[in-house]
Design a protein. Structure first.
Length: 303
């Protein structure tokens, strides 16, 4: 799949990031992960991102990373494209990027570099080096210490033909509008704020109709129904799901830092697709929070 074909796929539909399966000892569970992907693939997501933020990329060892990407690519061959998360220090990100390309990933999501602060030019150089290390399409994730301006993104677009997507995890509406207006159709634009459904209608109005859904991991039918309602401007359905599910869900998620991942793994366990515990430094939901989430999920009915 060439970068422009990937860009076309990412320009419509719902995206999601499967959680990564760990066993009781905290080791990668390839068999359970493959079963998860087999369950999720038929629900209609346009693409799935292996080892992304929700997949706990930040906690993975290099050998585990290879196993995760290979399992995802092999399991989903012919059904749904797999993009691989890459990130961290530039040379490490390049190693992961090249490995993902060799293993058959159709594209990459370039997560932010390590925690150090850097100039705009330094961040742009990081993105450019990763893009030029592979031939597959790359989506850059503007989040935390990666905050590229419209001018620098335009320069990167000129220098890196395989940079085909921009994912927003900042929620800066002025910046998002400026990027969308300046770059036009050069990129595929993805909404990437945690629990993106809450922002989906607003981002669609900005010209960003595509987003990644974390709750697709445990209520895939509801996630697809919500996406279709947003696409159809079905405000009644959107409002009801936000009131009945997403706002109460946010109340649990916002209780502790890191719960954006922990609550998704709890949801997967509740619906019978246990992915094991989260890894340190994340912590799992407390029992009462787990019960509250179970009640919210049960109210959504069979998936």
């Amino acid at each position: 799949m060439n970068p422009q074909e990937l860009k076309s796929i990412l320009s419509s539909g719902l995206l999601s990031f499967p959680v990564t399966d760990f066993d009781a000892a905290g080791n990668f569970n390839a068999a359970s992960y493959a079963r998860r992907l087999e369950w999720l693939a038929p629900y209609g997501a346009s693409a799935l991102f292996a080892a992304g933020g929700t997949g706990e990329f930040f906690s993975l060892a290099p050998d585990e990373y290879s196993s995760i990407i290979k399992t995802a690519v092999d399991t989903c061959a012919g059904s749904v494209p797999i993009l691989a998360g890459v990130g961290g220090p530039t040379r490490q990100a390049i190693q992961y990027a090249q490995q993902a390309e060799r293993l058959g990933a159709k594209g990459l999501l370039l997560l932010p570099h390590y925690l150090t602060e850097a100039s705009q030019e330094g961040v742009a150089a990081h993105v450019e080096q990763v893009c030029k290390s592979v031939n597959i399409g790359v989506v850059v994730y503007n989040r935390n210490v990666c905050r590229l301006t419209p001018a620098l993104l335009e320069q990167l677009a000129e220098r890196c033909p395989n940079l085909i997507g921009y994912k927003d995890g900042l929620g800066d509406i002025e910046l998002m509008v400026s990027i969308r207006r300046r770059l036009g159709e050069r990129f595929s634009y993805l909404g990437g704020l945690p629990t993106a459904e809450v922002y989906a209608a607003a981002y669609k109005a900005l010209g960003v109709p595509v987003y990644s859904s974390a709750v697709f991991n445990f209520i895939p039918k509801t996630a697809m129904d919500f996406y279709k309602a947003v696409a159809a401007d079905d405000h009644a359905t959107v409002g009801k799901l936000i009131d009945d599910f997403f706002l109460p869900y946010l109340d649990i998620r916002n209780r502790r830092a890191g719960y954006a991942v922990s609550i998704v793994k709890a949801g997967a366990r509740i619906v019978g697709h246990d992915a094991g515990p989260v890894r340190a430094p994340l912590t799992d939901l407390l029992p009462d929070e787990y019960e509250r989430l179970a009640a919210l999920i049960d109210a959504q009915g069979a998936q």
